[in-house]
Design a protein around this ligand. Structure first.
Ligand SMILES: Nc1ncnc2c1ncn2[C@@H]1O[C@H](COP(=O)(O)OP(=O)(O)OP(=O)(O)O)[C@@H](O)[C@H]1O
Ligand SMILES: [Mg+2]
Length: 379
């Protein structure tokens, strides 16, 4: 963003394990307007590899999507996969600004599972409390990522520290492996584009499908490779977890259990989902182990949140995104299991677009939630 003159043009780029999605918005008086969007499937296995040829294939796919969608920007904001980035909220005593960066780095050594030389470390102060009677530093969770912390003040060592005293602060640590960041930068550069920023998916989702609200919300993104669970409260990611229980695993389970090929299994999944009255209830039975894994991880996340002080109240809502959000009967299962209102997230709710696009955008909504959130950064 420039203070004066034209704002830098950029678009949101979501490179998943199997597809590339792009969205460009432009700022508007009340909400941003859609400029362009598009997507395509990646060559199988290309994103899972680190070979030059595969990375070039991904770059080429991005080039094609950008051209086809008529994206005018050459700069992008991209998402790093949640499964590859370590995040955690830690508590520590409030201290003068000058001491904070060193202290956080020292703390990070204890929490980040890989050597600090191998990661890019970012941090944001996300909360400030009066210290409780039993002091001590304690991890508050494995979490998503933040610059959602912008509202709370500080990040990356640049902010003003809380006043020292009885207060303790909550700091979100984000550690992205340097190798992963290099890979993304290389792919993006290979497509002739410039990365303005890389962020983690829960942050994009908090922007596109949660927005400004105080009450805690669970965001569940069930894509192809897996599911990502985050809890967003007051614009801040309180927690973030990943599982491999995603759309791909559901299709594989159906294919194996019913003895049909992957295409057929995919069609069954989309047409019948968890309906007991179709194919003699074979699909819900086939996918039960995958759903059990997902449910267990969501339960762990909810339990963890509820064990912490949560002055904003209990969680009543679950926003479900990712292509699998549209699987028949998934939402009622989630609502029933967790006693929350599960609904599909709509990233287009705060975007202006031509009414002729309504139907198509509605169908793409769950899959494009991360992409729209990336495109909304700083708007
Ligand atoms: N109507 C539908 N019913 C059930 N599943 C669907 C439907 N439409 C899409 N899917 C599934 O959604 C998944 C793709 O979702 P999405 O586009 O969010 O994934 P992704 O972002 O590419 O992957 P990931 O985030 O896991 O890396 C696929 O597994 C696909 O089978
Ligand atoms: Mg995704």
């Amino acid at each position: 963003m420039t203070l004066f003159g034209k704002q830098q043009e950029f678009f949101g780029l979501d490179i998943s394990g199997t597809s590339v999605k792009v969205v460009q918005l432009k700022p508007g008086p009340s909400k941003p307007s859609l400029v362009a969007y598009g997507g395509m499937v990646l060559p199988v296995g290309s994103m899972q590899s680190d070979s030059e040829v595969d990375l070039q294939n991904v770059s080429n796919a991005i080039r094609q999507v950008v051209k086809k969608a008529k994206i005018s920007a050459t700069q992008c904001v991209a998402a790093l996969p949640g499964s590859g980035v370590f995040t955690s909220i830690i508590r520590m005593p409030a201290m003068p600004k000058g001491e904070l960066a060193d202290s956080i780095r020292w703390q990070a050594k204890q929490y980040v599972p890989s050597p600090l030389e191998e990661v890019i470390l970012d941090w944001h102060v996300v909360g400030e409390h009066v210290k409780k009677p039993a002091p001590g530093q304690k991890a508050a969770g494995t979490a998503g990522t933040a610059d959602a912390a912008d509202s709370a003040g500080q990040s990356g060592g640049s902010g003003t520290a809380a006043t020292a005293g009885d207060k303790e602060i909550e700091v979100m640590l984000i550690a992205a492996p340097i190798a992963l960041v290099r890979k993304y930068v290389k792919i993006i550069g290979g497509a002739g584009l410039k990365p303005l920023a890389l962020e983690i998916e829960p942050l994009s989702l908090a922007r596109s499908v949660v927005g400004v609200r105080q009450e805690p919300v669970v965001v569940l993104d069930v894509g192809q490779a897996g599911s990502e669970i985050s809890i967003v409260e007051n614009g801040i990611i309180r927690l973030n977890r990943n599982t491999t229980a995603g759309g791909g695993a559901l299709t594989r389970a159906i294919s194996q259990s019913l003895g049909v090929d992957a295409n057929r299994a995919e069609q069954f999944k989309r047409d019948f989902g968890l309906r007991e009255d179709k194919l003699e209830g074979q699909i819900p039975k086939a996918v039960k182990p995958v759903l059990d894994t997902m449910v267990a991880e969501i339960r762990r996340s909810l339990d963890f949140y509820r064990e912490q002080p949560h002055p904003q109240g209990d969680i009543r809502e679950m926003v479900v995104v990712g292509g699998t959000a549209r699987m028949p009967e998934l939402l009622p299962l989630l609502s029933g299991t967790f006693g929350v209102e599960a609904k599909i997230g709509d990233p287009w709710a705060n975007v202006n677009y031509a009414s002729a696009l309504k139907q198509q955008l509605h169908e793409l909504a769950p899959s494009f939630s991360v992409t729209v959130g990336l495109a909304m950064r700083e708007m």
